[in-house]
Design a protein around this ligand. Structure first.
Ligand code: PEP
Length: 250
């Protein structure tokens, strides 16, 4: 059985007073039937991790460097994130691919670094609107998975987040049956490369405009193991109903 996962991506949002939202969320879900991780900006990771110590909510990061240490001004390595209290790291988010020109090869190296450090990678893949309209969705996802997953993933837990680029922050989502079809394709690709056991254990999240109003229908779709949530994860009153819908679907 795959334990479902609700992951919040705060992106470049959050100052010290935002820690209250994490405290509220943690208090609202003392013993959830699903896993919950919040990925605040790097500046808040240490304090957030201290805040949830011994609680059900865990803390993640939004990126890491491919090397463990070195002359890379401004970058943060996977061991540093682990040291600060992160358990998880989002990698290959489409905003990093777009804003920082991250290639699949770079994401592969970062994913390997995360695994070396004992972090759970949430690897994001997804097609643009133009690619979807050209009927290229499944091929794009196959390529992203093939090139951005290191062979070492075979021996580790990883999470894949299917995030159609056109759905992020837009209020648009694919139909639940379209999401299921894509997730089944991702699982088949994982199975072909890493075997059925690893593929069967890999959680595949949907991400892109998940809100309290659409969460239940998305979580009812076969092969959806949870969600990566951006905007709606910033406030406890928005994220809690999504978590509740996920737990209810467990
Ligand atoms: C995201 O940033 O990963 C995301 C899914 O954002 P939103 O939920 O705001 O669409």
């Amino acid at each position: 059985m795959r334990r479902r996962l609700a992951a919040g991506n705060w992106k470049m949002h959050g100052l010290a007073d935002s820690l209250a939202a994490i405290a509220d969320l943690s208090a609202a879900h003392p013993d959830p039937a699903c896993d919950i991780v919040i990925c605040p900006p790097a500046t808040l990771i240490h304090r957030a991790a201290d805040l949830v110590l011994g609680r059900a909510v865990s803390i993640g990061a939004q990126d890491c460097h491919a090397e463990d240490a070195g002359a890379h001004t401004g970058d943060i390595s996977a061991p540093m994130l682990r040291d600060a209290g992160a358990t998880t790291v989002i990698l290959g988010h489409s905003e990093r691919r777009a804003d920082h020109g991250e290639t699949d090869a770079a994401i592969r190296a970062k994913t390997h670094a995360a695994l070396r450090a004992g972090l759970l990678p949430i690897l994001c893949v997804g097609e643009t609107l133009a690619q979807r309209e050209a009927g290229e969705t499944l091929g794009i996802l196959s390529t992203q998975l093939a090139l951005s997953l290191p062979d070492e993933a075979r021996d580790h837990a990883i999470v894949i987040a299917y995030e159609p680029v056109w759905a992020i922050g837009s209020g648009l989502t694919p139909d639940p049956d379209q999401i299921s079809a894509v997730h089944a394709h991702i699982r088949a690709e994982m199975s072909a490369r890493f075997g059925t056991e690893m593929a069967g254990a890999t959680r595949i999240l949907y991400g892109g405009s998940v809100k309290p109003a659409n969460a239940a229908s998305i979580f009812a779709a076969p092969d959806v193991d949870g969600a990566l949530v951006g905007g709606a994860s910033l406030r406890e009153p928005d994220f809690s109903p999504i978590i509740a819908a996920l737990c209810a679907s467990c």
